[in-house]
Design a protein around this ligand. Sequence first.
Ligand SMILES: [Zn+2]
Length: 178
Amino acid sequence: MLIAHLPSGYILSSYLVERARRLPVRPSWLLVAGMFGAIAPDLDMFYFHFVDMGMKHHHRYPSHWPLLWLGLIAGSLLLARFRREAAAGWLALTFSLGGMLHVSLDTLAGDIWWLAPFVDQRFALVTVTARYKPWWLNFVVHWVFLVELSICAWAVWRWRIRRGWMPGAHSKSTESAC
Ligand SMILES: [Zn+2]
């Protein structure tokens, strides 16, 4: 996935914010946590380029293991359950859900090792054949890019709807409509 991770995080956290108005955490923090989680797995690109020198598929790193993100979701659920009044658990949960969304979306056209580290088997719903250079052009001309564009359009729609739903939010607090 090339461009839709950040918008997908916004979509996810914007829906969570609506359902979590009584939680002890600022809506803007939840939005940031979800959006950061949605791009966090790809921070491994720094390791990929500067330490591994591109020798290993970056989806093999723990940051792209779905089981790791499921474990983080479970841990943050426990934290939120037992420390309901603390923001940390809810922020960690939103961040972890964003990370899980990331690896799920990567499964569309990129290989994800869903059972890593226990099973060395990659999974992808669609195979994008390498025909053009640079590599990202293969994804841009493939129909899967329409999915990415749809996610971006959905995020813009959510953003506009949220602004429309809370016309008074700007005068009180701009964070609600971020
Ligand atoms: Zn990724």
